[in-house]
Design a protein. Sequence first.
Length: 129
Amino acid sequence: MFLAELYQEEREAFLELAALIAKVDGNLSVYENSFLTKYKKEMDLENYKIKNLAMEDILKIFKTERSKNIVLAELFQLIYSDGVFAVQESESVQKIKSLFGFDSSEFGSFKDWIVKIKELSAQQGKNDQ
């Protein structure tokens, strides 16, 4: 949704982070895989090869509040895409939240917002049928 606003280095870092989060629970779902494909297309990175960077190294690339907000919002969409919020995903998100310096209320608002978007999207899909 907002990934095109990221700088090139941030786009690549986001893709690294998204790939890491998508497989953190040991199961890359069809939904998560389709999100990764969508991200690559949205950011013009269809030929980008994942380098499997460490999360701490990836997160250092995002310096502005706006880029951090974009990353977190997009990651929540990825995480909730398969309908499961696994323990490993939760732990990863908590680590990101901490390293980005988000407070609990701000973090909770993001999570609630993404859940609402997911509900609206599911409802729209039913109405289109």
